[in-house]
Ligand binder design. Sequence first.
Ligand code: P1T
Length: 417
Amino acid sequence: MSVEGYLPQDEHFATRVVHSGLDETCIPHGAIVPPITLSSTYRMKPGGAWDEFVYSRLGSPSRLIIEKAIAKLEDGKYGLAFSAGLSAVKAATMLLSAGDHIVVSDDVYGGSTTLWRHHTERTGIVFSYVDARNASLIESAITPQTKMVYLETPSNPTMKIADLEAVVAVCRRHPGIITVCDNTFMSPYFQRPLNFGIDIVIESITKYLNGHSDVVMGAVATNREDLYERLKLIQIDSGMVPGPFDCYMAFRGMRTLHVRMPHHMRGALHVAKFLEDHPHVERVLYPGLESHPQHELVKRQAYGCSGMLSFYIRGGRPEAMEFFRQLKLFTMAGSLGGYESLAVGPTFSTHVRNSKEELDSLNITGAMVRLSIGLESPSDLCADLDQALRAACAERSEGGGSTSAAAGNGGSAGVAE
Ligand code: P1T
């Protein structure tokens, strides 16, 4: 289903979601649903050779299914599944060696920067963070040692958009640079970066691809055989592989990606417009809104926008904390992309280990709220946000600025039911 004004959706995408991944190797006995193959090891033939599978870390029928499906959904030739989204992030940077330089968009998932700062930098890989909204800043940061440019678009949680075509054009002027794009916030339903010449796409399957908040898993997809071969070795040599049950669950969740995503967008747009007009909201960040500074760009490179949005509550951290306490339908929790709506403050969740200076420079403040809009009725979500905002902000201004412990304990003072 195409969204007006955005790239026209591939009319065969839904069929790929429903059918990709399966062949006779993986579904014996004519079963429609693939079995979960639990075996950790596989029998050798009498001569000492193996058939397709050897040992589960190296590959298993359950994993192969999802890897084939991911490749198809990303418009790629190759897919690889990992034990977590962060394992896929780790695998991409394991392509680099000591002395190599990587240019990263300045606002990426805090877990990715934590991984790099605590575990990757000391291996001798040098990181530069730049505002990837401007491709020329990326170009200025490139040195003879630069081997990778790493993007997240939209970024988590400030929703900045990188111009995929422009970044790829810059990198092609510097042969040897591998371009990577974390596509988790969009999912392949709304954005397929390989079509813009990006070399490696990363997905946290945990999010939209699985869609049910009950699996942690990641993936990479690529069109480049050389990168696939290297990433495959990293995958099997590091052991960052998902188990068969998780593969089954994620594959099952993935089959309805095209049904869920338009509803996430519809809900998020409804909520974003509602928040934009709300007296207790300072600013809304949603690329699907006309007011988003890069709305035209996102329409040129995506098929729509997902259910992810952020906003700044009028006031500061105390108002935000009271707002979280007052929510009834939204659950205060990290993660995203499930059928249920979640709300979280990046400063105490996704970016809890980033420095204050870094958060300040990215405008990730205590007043920032990030929402993952689920599949509930949008009007019910707006009603919940409205009552929580009014309770948090109106009550504080009436009460002279002190947080109401009574309301936090479930009292109803100032809450419009
Ligand atoms: O949690 P895991 O499956 O390892 O995925 C890591 C990851 C990678 N990339 C992006 C853009 C992400 O948002 C994440 C995980 N993010 C959250 C848990 C979160 O609440 O934002």
